[in-house]
Design a protein around this ligand. Structure first.
Ligand SMILES: CC(C)(COP(=O)(O)OP(=O)(O)OC[C@H]1O[C@@H](n2cnc3c(N)ncnc32)[C@H](O)[C@@H]1OP(=O)(O)O)[C@@H](O)C(=O)NCCC(=O)NCCS
Length: 169
């Protein structure tokens, strides 16, 4: 990756993702969505994330490109909640190549996915990220997100023997 500053209208553009972009998008995701990024299986990056979202919402699968090089991507979907007349947008994955972060690529990807979601009738956009992912939280606040709600994930290990209550050791 060159050390170009991405925040230059001339150097990169946003377009819809195609099948040919899958390997590049997958590798950028592997680079930025590490095990540290998400300790819960619910948010595990793999190739099915790309293909599933591409099959259901290809208009909301975008890449940022400079020449032949993919710099980042945004993958989203829309959700209709039961009992709610509103349509929600869910930005599932947003990733920018680590060498070019803080250069305006994420903002431009977000601006375009927001425009497309609005065009599809979305009233509220949702995102989720780890509570300690401060760069992403700062990023989304900068885009106007607020009303942070914390969520607790728990796990139960079924391979571990459980102690029966009241039984002497
Ligand atoms: C979050 C992410 C997509 C942001 O993309 P980006 O191209 O780096 O963001 P931008 O350059 O458009 O930044 C816009 C604003 O976000 C904030 N921001 C971005 N990165 C930041 C960082 N590391 N620390 C603090 N604030 C940050 C700043 O306010 C910045 O505005 P400024 O440059 O005027 O200060 C990118 O850092 C990334 O891929 N992170 C790893 C994956 C991830 O956490 N994805 C989000 C959840 S799916």
């Amino acid at each position: 990756m060159t050390d170009r500053h991405a925040d230059d209208e001339e150097t990169f553009r946003i377009r819809q993702m195609t099948i040919d972009d899958f390997p590049e998008v997958f590798h950028i995701g592997e680079e930025v969505f590490t095990a540290d990024y998400s300790q819960s299986l619910y948010r595990t990056w793999d190739e099915f994330e790309i293909t599933t979202l591409f099959n259901s919402d290809n208009e909301l699968c975008l890449v940022a490109e400079a020449g032949e090089e993919i710099l980042g991507f945004a993958l989203g979907t829309t959700v209709n909640k039961h009992n709610s007349p509103w349509k929600y947008g869910y930005l599932v994955w947003l990733g920018v190549h680590s060498g070019i972060q803080q250069g305006g690529v994420g903002s431009k990807l977000f601006k375009e996915i927001k425009r497309r979601m609005k065009e599809q009738g979305v009233r509220i956009i949702m995102i989720d990220t780890s509570a300690d992912n401060q760069p992403a939280i700062r990023f989304f606040q900068k885009q106007g997100f607020d009303d942070i709600q914390e969520h607790v994930y728990m796990s139960l290990n079924l391979t571990r023997k459980t102690k029966k209550k009241g039984k002497k050791p």
